[in-house]
Design a protein around this ligand. Structure first.
Ligand code: GTP
Ligand code: MG
Length: 286
């Protein structure tokens, strides 16, 4: 078997890096393409991975963010990574449906929607150079990745993606009106933060509809700051049905409080304010 040992690196002419490698029968010099520090810095690209459960408003957020960033003079490119997105309301720079669509996979391979999505993501990973070539055409742009709702499909994508990404995790704000659902939203948000391992912003989307399904039991700050969840557990226990789950709920909120990571930013995408951009510009890669 050919065993390679790296000896040393030095910069060759024209920015090519020459590496001396030891092969089974001696030493050999090999030209390889390793970017210098300055080349790396000039190739640095920033962006947001827009994630969240199905229907949470990811595509609408991308449209709103594209309009907002363009209005403040940023060059922005949206990458649709959802092979099930049939109607795309924004100007799409890169579209996964040029490579593969969920409808084709379901029809030709006789798969259901979840199996089809897994196949599409594996196909994208196998053709990652296709995506990289497309992204390379948008040098100097800020990227927005519109992801499908099935987030677990994306963990490996975030690992291999070479961009400086921040995760923008959207959660439908109407879950605040139901304490049981809000606890489950806190758990999924925490689990997402821990799995994705990117700079992370949690957003309560559709704020204009927040009280459409009932009044909030506490002030909005209580839901966004996620500080003392014992009030939420007490409130839930006042319902005879949820009373028997009190211990379970106490343990769940204990986990969330122990990590002390989850908080939310309320957003009505129809009125994106400058304060949203200012507060989060660092996390979102400026
Ligand atoms: N009123 C209101 N409706 C919104 C808002 N954001 C999204 N919607 C609506 O919510 C629905 C779902 O929005 P999408 O942007 O398609 O959600 P998505 O997360 O991309 O959905 P999937 O791609 O299916 O996972 C659409 O009918 C949107 O018009 C908002 O801020 N306010
Ligand atoms: Mg969508």
């Amino acid at each position: 078997m050919l065993s390679l040992h790296f000896s040393y690196l030095y910069a060759g002419e024209g920015g090519v890096t020459v590496k001396r490698v030891r092969v089974a029968d001696g030493w050999k010099e090999k030209e390889i393409c390793i970017m210098s520090k300055s080349q790396k810095q000039s190739a640095l690209a920033f962006g947001q991975a827009v994630i969240g459960p199905p229907g949470s408003g990811k595509t609408t957020y991308c449209l709103g963010m594209q309009e907002f960033l363009s209005a403040i003079g940023r060059k922005v490119a949206i990458v649709n990574l959802d092979p099930a997105n049939e109607v795309i309301p924004y100007q799409c720079a890169v579209d996964i449906s040029e490579l593969i669509t969920l409808a084709d996979v379901m029809e030709n391979l006789k798969l259901g929607p979840n199996g089809g999505l897994i196949y599409c993501m594996e196909y994208l990973e196998a053709n990652f150079d296709w995506l990289q070539e497309k992204l390379a055409q948008f040098k100097g742009h800020y990227f927005l990745f519109d992801c499908p709702g099935q987030l677990f499909l994306f963990f490996s994508f975030f690992l291999i993606c070479s961009l400086q990404l921040a995760a923008v995790h959207l959660v439908d704000s109407h879950y605040c009106t139901d304490p049981g659902k809000f606890i489950s939203v806190l758990c999924t948000s925490l689990s997402t933060m821990l799995h994705v391992e990117l700079p992370h912003v949690n957003i309560l989307s559709k704020m204009d509809l927040i009280e459409q399904y009932g009044k909030l039991a506490f002030n909005l700050d209580y839901y966004t700051e996620v500080l003392d969840l014992s009030y939420l557990v007490n409130h839930l226990a006042s319902d005879p049905f949820f009373k028997k789950y009190r211990r379970l709920n106490e343990k769940l909120v204990e986990v969330i409080e122990d990590y002390s990571l989850v908080s939310f930013i309320p957003l009505n995408v129809q009125v994106p304010t400058l304060s949203f951009q200012k507060t989060n510009s660092q996390t979102l890669g400026n």
